[in-house]
Ligand binder design. Structure first.
Ligand code: ADP
Length: 418
């Protein structure tokens, strides 16, 4: 990976300042050429070039390294190089700059704060030049200015990186926090429901059992032949039947609280819908509701708990019936639809022709204990949500554009990773 400094663009305000330094340098030292060179292997670039007469170099011109340039030696030795007269110097009389007429050279290396070489700052002349001690000092000071600018630049790059890293870190921890909050909210809902329903079931089942027993005993002890006691007998039978129904409800609630013992098997959701329609037919008939099913064929299977998914449908159908019994003067219809949803979910929708959903309640429907019914517990939809989420899906409800409302839920199709 390239380090930040290699890819760093030198900002315009720095190059403009360096241009002024280089122009001044050429003027003060009376040379045709002052340069700042930047190493970009395998080349070296004329990064800043004095705007002076007789200067044979041009900005952005590239020269190959490893060709015996003055600047190469400066960068390798990391020291001042002074060549007063290349033509008279065996070591330098064949160097490439002679072709451009530059026969004397003075240059310093320029380094990034971490020690990496940036390039050089140098002056060249078309005639022999000894470059006085003063000129050396001036060039050295210019080099120091360049290195200070690079230090400031690196510090700002480092800072920018730190800010970026910190921002990414914050974003990551923000996402984690959000996920944890969602999971916590879900866990809390499930535990509260679980605890509440099981303690309710426990509280109710004992007196209910005693009531059924007493009613059965009373029925047995009644004189079966006595016509005056007919009403009492009917009342006792009704109590016993209600008791059985209540016990059945408690069994179901208890089963629901054991949501962690979820028994997942491969299921065809259309079969689950058919089961529920069968169970529900009588209930629908007695409320004058027409019940219909519209299923897409060959739906992918889901891996699910049959009883819990039946429970979701029963809750939604019961709510539909209750919402319809509150309105008169229109047909009461309940329709269950199933279809594929995207590549890995299936969708089930329960449509009714009831009251629809009051917009001000729309956000609270799935909250535990939210109810608008005088005798409601406000747990039905919240239980549905827990079950659906345990099947890798989502549930939502909305008023229809015409009459009534539709509750829809998705389930993860079998074979998809949850
Ligand atoms: P409960 O049935 O005990 O009120 P639920 O959690 O099942 O509890 O429902 C919460 C509330 O959502 C209901 O009181 C009702 O206001 C609203 N609701 C649920 N289903 C429907 C529906 N099909 N049409 C209109 N409102 C509904």
């Amino acid at each position: 990976m390239k380090n930040a400094l290699e890819i760093a663009q030198i900002p315009a305000e720095i190059t403009e300042k360096w241009q002024e330094i280089i122009d001044l340098l050429a003027e003060v030292l009376h040379v045709p050429s002052a340069l700042i060179m930047k190493v970009e292997p395998p080349n070296i670039r004329v990064f800043v070039c004095s705007d002076s007469e007789g200067n044979p170099y041009e900005r952005d011109e590239l020269a190959c390294l490893n060709t015996g340039l003055y600047c190469e030696t400066v960068m390798k030795s990391r020291q001042l190089l002074l060549v007063p007269d290349a033509l008279a110097d065996q070591e330098w009389n064949a160097n490439p700059d002679i072709k451009l007429g530059m026969i004397s050279y003075m240059g310093f290396p320029v380094a990034w704060p971490n020690g990496d070489i940036f390039g050089t700052i140098c002056v060249l002349d078309a005639r022999p030049n000894e470059y006085s001690e003063l000129y050396r000092k001036i060039l050295f000071q210019c080099r120091e200015v360049l290195q200070t600018d690079l230090k400031v630049l690196q510090a700002s790059i480092d800072l920018e990186h730190k800010v970026l890293e910190r921002t990414a870190e914050l974003r990551r921890s923000g996402e984690l926090l959000q996920k944890a909050q969602t999971e916590l909210a879900h866990a809390t809902r499930v535990t509260t429901l679980g605890e509440l329903t099981s303690s309710l079931a426990h509280e109710v089942s004992q007196p209910l059992g005693a009531m059924s027993l007493n009613a059965t005993a009373a029925l047995c002890s009644l004189d079966l032949e006595n016509p005056d006691l007919g009403e009492a007998r009917d009342a006792l039978r009704a109590i016993i039947m209600d008791g059985e129904r209540a016990n059945d409800v408690i069994r179901r609630v208890r089963a629901l609280t054991k949501m962690n013992d979820i028994q997942k098997t491969p299921l065809d959701i259309n079969d689950v819908i058919k089961d529920v329609m069968l169970i529900f037919r009588q209930e629908a008939l007695s409320h004058g509701v027409s019940l219909s099913q519209e299923s897409a064929s060959a739906l992918p299977q889901v891996l699910g708990d049959r009883v819990q998914l039946q429970q979701v449908l029963v809750n939604l159908l019961m709510n539909g019936i209750q919402a319809m019994s509150a309105v008169t003067g229109r047909r009461h219809e309940l329709r269950i639809r199933s279809q594929e949803q995207g590549p890995d979910h299936i969708l089930v929708a329960v449509e009714d022709t009831g009251t629809g959903i009051d917009p001000q309640n729309a956000d609270r429907l799935f909250s535990a204990f939210f109810t608008t019914k005088p005798d409601g517990l406000g747990l039905g939809l919240s239980i549905c949500q827990s079950i659906v989420e345990r099947h890798g899906g989502k549930i939502w409800g909305a008023s229809n554009s015409g009459v009534g409302s539709t509750f829809q839920f998705t389930l993860l199709a079998r074979g998809q990773v949850h």
